[in-house]
Design a protein around this ligand. Structure first.
Ligand SMILES: [Ca+2]
Ligand SMILES: [Ca+2]
Length: 320
C-alpha cells in the first residue's frame, strides 16, 4: 500500500498548537496567555495518510520591537508554558465540631481551610494576596464495596466568605466530595474553614481510615492562579481520641476531660481528635461527642464490646 506522508511543519495555524507569552517590558500593554489548539497526530483515509506536527520552529523564538518583546512557547507541561505562580496556598484539613444549621445540631467532622498563603520559593507569608476562588476534592474509603476502614460523609456546608459554590456529596461510589467556592470581592487569608464536612468512621478500632484533601485550583481575586500545594492526608481510627495509634484508657480520659471543659478539641499535642472520639457511638444524623462515647470505650476495654463496639454476649458464670 502506498502511503503519502505530508509533514506540515510550518502550517502553525492549521495544525499547530502555539503558546505566546508576552514579555511586557513597560507600559500598560498585555497579551494574555493563550493557545491555538490543533496539534499533531496522524489522519488517514484510504491509501493516504497525513502527519501533522506542532509549531516547534517558532517555540522559544523572541520578537522584539522597541521596548516590547514577544516569546513563543508551548502549552502547560512543556517548557515555555505559563510562568509558575509565585504564591502557594497552604491547605489544611483539621478535625472539628461544628453547629449544623438549619438542624441546629452539632456534628464532628473535618474543616477544610487555607490558613496561609506563602511565597512558593521562600515559604514566607504573602499578606497582600486576596483569595478569589478554589476547587477541591476530598477522597475517602467509600461504601460500597465495604472495606473495613470505610468512612461515611454525612453532609457538606460551605462557609463565608466562600458560600457561593458547590459541595457535592451525592454518594459518589469512588468516595469523592467535590467542593468549590467563589469570593468575588476577594478574601484575605486565613480562610479556615472554607467548608465543613461531617464524617463518621464505620471501621473498627484496629482499622485506619484515610481522608485526602486535594486542591485542584486556587486563584486570587484577579483570577491569577496560585500554586495549590500538595494534597493533605489525614488518618482516623475509631475510638483513638488521644491519637497515638492505640485505643486505651487514656482515650476514655481524653473524652471525659473534653466533656467537662478540661481539654480542647484539635489536632495538636494534648488535644482531642473530634472524629475519632465522636464515632465511637454513632448518633443519629450526625456524630457528637457525648458520655455514651465514654461508656462504649470503657465497655470495650473491659471486654463487654468487640473492636467494632458491638456488645458481646455476657460471659457464663463459672460452674461450681
Ligand atoms: Ca489513643
Ligand atoms: Ca458519639
Amino acid at each position: 500500500m502506498r502511503r503519502i506522508f505530508l509533514v506540515a511543519v510550518p502550517v502553525i495555524l492549521l495544525l499547530g498548537a502555539v503558546t505566546w507569552t508576552v514579555l511586557a517590558l513597560g507600559g500598560p500593554y498585555n497579551v494574555p496567555w493563550s493557545t491555538v489548539d490543533g496539534g499533531g497526530g496522524e489522519s488517514a483515509g484510504g491509501s493516504y495518510a497525513l502527519k501533522g506536527t506542532a509549531g516547534q520552529p517558532e517555540a522559544g523564538s523572541k520578537l522584539v520591537g522597541g521596548s516590547y518583546g514577544l516569546t513563543g512557547g508551548f502549552g502547560p507541561g512543556v517548557a515555555g508554558g505559563p510562568p509558575p505562580s509565585a504564591a502557594k496556598a497552604v491547605a489544611s484539613l483539621r478535625t472539628a465540631v461544628d453547629v449544623w444549621l438549619p438542624e441546629n445540631d452539632s456534628a464532628a467532622g473535618v474543616a477544610i481551610g487555607i490558613p496561609q498563603v506563602v511565597d512558593a520559593s521562600t515559604g514566607l507569608p504573602l499578606p497582600n494576596v486576596l483569595l478569589g476562588a478554589y476547587a477541591a476534592s476530598l477522597t475517602y474509603p467509600p461504601d460500597p464495596p465495604l472495606p473495613p476502614d470505610f468512612i461515611a460523609v454525612l453532609g457538606c456546608r460551605l462557609k463565608p466568605p466562600f458560600e457561593t459554590g458547590a459541595c457535592n456529596t451525592s454518594g459518589d461510589p469512588n468516595g469523592i466530595v467535590i467542593l468549590s467556592g467563589l469570593a468575588p470581592q476577594g478574601a484575605p487569608w486565613p480562610v479556615d474553614p472554607l467548608a465543613f464536612v461531617p464524617l463518621r468512621l464505620l471501621g473498627c478500632v484496629q482499622n485506619v481510615g484515610t481522608v485526602t484533601l486535594t486542591f485542584s485550583q486556587v486563584v486570587d481575586v484577579n483570577g491569577d492562579p496560585l500554586d495549590p500545594g500538595p494534597p493533605v492526608v489525614r488518618t482516623f481510627r475509631r475510638g483513638d481520641a488521644k491519637p497515638d495509634g492505640v485505643v486505651a484508657i487514656s482515650d476514655v480520659l481524653y473524652i471525659r476531660q473534653y466533656l467537662v471543659g478540661l481539654r480542647p478539641l484539635g489536632d495538636g499535642p494534648g488535644q482531642v481528635n473530634a472524629v475519632n472520639a465522636a464515632s465511637v457511638k454513632q448518633d443519629g444524623a450526625f456524630d457528637k461527642i457525648t458520655t455514651a462515647d465514654v461508656l462504649y470505650l470503657a465497655q470495650l476495654l473491659v471486654g463487654m464490646r468487640d473492636g467494632c463496639f458491638s456488645l458481646l454476649p455476657a460471659a457464663e458464670p463459672p460452674e461450681r
